[in-house]
Design a protein around this ligand. Structure first.
Ligand code: URA
Length: 238
């Protein structure tokens, strides 16, 4: 349950004083009935309208092309975060990054204010696959590719689940594609390090069967469609 004024503030661009006035003036309806109480406690599934227009949806799901140099956190004392670079319209919606990419990793990042959804993406039990492209100092040997399949073992003894790795066409640097279904700290870099391959650049390309929108420049984000949300949770990579 949440206060009416707080719900409106989270889902619209109105200021606190505008919201108060709209409610007092009778412009706000809850499930079709005018409600003039700012502090009315409501179930979050209530349908709220202002002057007959439904307010924004309860949850927000965003795709960001994360740039280098920002951290996947809501707040940080020393560094800019992915929340700091959100467009104004998404700023006060309580979104947070669903999963982490390192500060120097770029690519597909999902942001949401739906805790259950975030949990489902990140849960190792769900085994949602993520595909990364690493620019590297050398290609992977056939033996290393087999090690990915068998489950890489880190230097501290931690065993990774079976994963997929492939050498991709070389551009400026060597390029390696890696598909994993878990999310250990620095996982891709550490897996490649076990194979004596150094990562120069890392980009996440997809989560489930949802791929990074190539039209999004680094630092940009956009809302996900319902179909895209399903692609994350239920899609398998090809
Ligand atoms: N693996 C890494 O090493 N870094 C990331 O940011 C994501 C996966």
């Amino acid at each position: 349950m949440e206060r009416l004024d707080k719900i409106i503030s989270q889902r619209t661009q109105h200021t606190r004083s505008e919201i108060k006035k709209l409610i007092k003036d009778g412009a706000v309806t809850v499930d079709g009935e005018v409600c003039r109480l700012c502090d009315k406690k409501l179930d979050l599934s209530c349908e709220i309208e202002i002057n007959g227009e439904p307010i924004g949806e309860r949850y927000l799901y965003l795709m960001m092309n994360k740039p280098e140099g920002v951290v996947c956190a809501v707040r940080d004392n020393t560094c800019r975060t992915v929340i700091d670079i959100l467009p104004q319209e998404f700023c006060n919606r309580g979104v947070f990054p669903a999963g982490r990419l390192d500060k120097d990793t770029t690519g597909l990042l999902i942001l949401t204010n739906d805790g259950d959804f975030s949990h489902r993406i990140m849960s190792p039990n769900k085994e949602i696959e993520k595909y990364y492209i690493a620019e590297t100092d050398k290609p992977l040997s056939d033996e290393s590719i087999k090690m990915f399949e068998q489950g890489i073992i880190f230097r501290d003894g931690t065993k990774c689940k079976s994963a997929f790795a492939e050498n991709l066409e070389r551009t400026e640097n060597y390029r390696v594609g890696v598909r994993i279904s878990e999310g250990k700290y620095h996982q891709v870099k550490k897996m490649l390090a076990v194979c004596q391959v150094n990562v120069l650049k890392l980009t996440r390309i997809s989560i489930g069967s949802l791929s990074l929108d190539v039209k999004l420049h680094k630092g940009e984000c956009r809302k996900l469609s319902n179909v895209e949300i399903e692609q994350i949770l239920f899609g398998k990579l090809n």
